[in-house]
Write a protein that binds this ligand. Structure first.
Ligand SMILES: O=C[C@H](O)COP(=O)(O)O
Length: 246
């Protein structure tokens, strides 16, 4: 089994002052045999963290990119631009962008293509709403999201984040995660053939220091996409240690 990936999504949090302190605390205490670990701060902090993380085991990620390399797209940032700051991962299609900015599968797929072209690893997010989970339609929803959001020859990471578990403190149960992960793996193999077996699948949604070991020990879970708990060095490092042990 390949190393797990623990990705911290800082969302719209962090100032120059506290970001530097958090990054330094993580670098200083990152377990030597850790999983692959990446922090994804807001765009404004990338230059600062690119400098302080250079040459360390902590990778740098971003939270979005545009599908074009450059052009008249006010307010956007391209994958090529991110590459200039040592960014190696980019989160795409997070539900906060799908729901808050009307981002559709097609756009996510085009962004994933652009990210890969620029040498970045896309972390493409999918996930169902509470209603879709309760109605039992969630497998259809996830299957369509995979089909629509992942390009052919996808060379990235899939993040399964049930929307109802994000930021609620109520993670999906280990049974729900285990069942869904098996479904996702089958779907990846159905859509991508042999290559679908190698696509890493992260779980995201209220992962914390207390539940990380149980979640990361579930078969097919290849790591975690962590929101709130990634803003606290102790909590995030506990999750990283749980991954190392998984
Ligand atoms: O990208 C991270 C996810 O949205 C999870 O956020 P959370 O850990 O705060 O629930």
């Amino acid at each position: 089994m390949s190393r797990q990936l623990i990705a911290g999504n800082w969302k719209m949090n962090g100032t120059r002052q506290n970001a530097q302190g958090l990054a330094q605390a993580l670098v200083a205490r990152l377990p030597a045999d850790a999983a692959d670990v990446v922090v994804c701060p807001p765009f404004t902090l990338l230059p600062l963290l690119a400098d302080s993380l250079a040459g360390t085991a902590l990778a740098l990620g971003a939270q979005d990119c545009h599908k074009a390399p450059s052009g008249a797209y006010t307010g956007d940032i391209s994958a090529t631009m991110l590459g200039e700051f040592g960014v190696s991962y980019v989160i795409l299609g997070h539900s906060e962008r799908r729901q808050g900015h009307g981002e559709l599968d097609d756009t996510v797929r085009e962004k994933a293509i652009a990210a890969t072209k620029a040498g970045l690893t896309p972390i493409v997010c999918i996930g169902e709403t509470e209603d879709q989970r309760e109605s039992g339609d969630y497998t259809d929803v996830l299957g369509w999201q995979i089909k629509g959001s992942l390009p052919d020859n996808f060379a990235g990471v899939l993040a399964y984040e049930p929307i109802w578990a994000i930021g609620t403190g109520l993670a999906a149960t280990t049974e729900q995660i285990a069942q869904t992960m098996l479904f996702l793996r089958e779907e990846l193999v159905r859509q991508f053939g042999e290559a679908g077996k190698a696509i890493k699948i992260l779980y995201g949604g209220s992962v914390n220091a207390d539940n990380a070991a149980a979640i990361l020990g579930i078969p097919e879970v290849g790591g975690a996409l962590v929101g709130g708990a990634s803003l606290d060095a102790d909590a995030f490092l506990s999750i990283v240690s749980a991954a190392s042990a998984a």
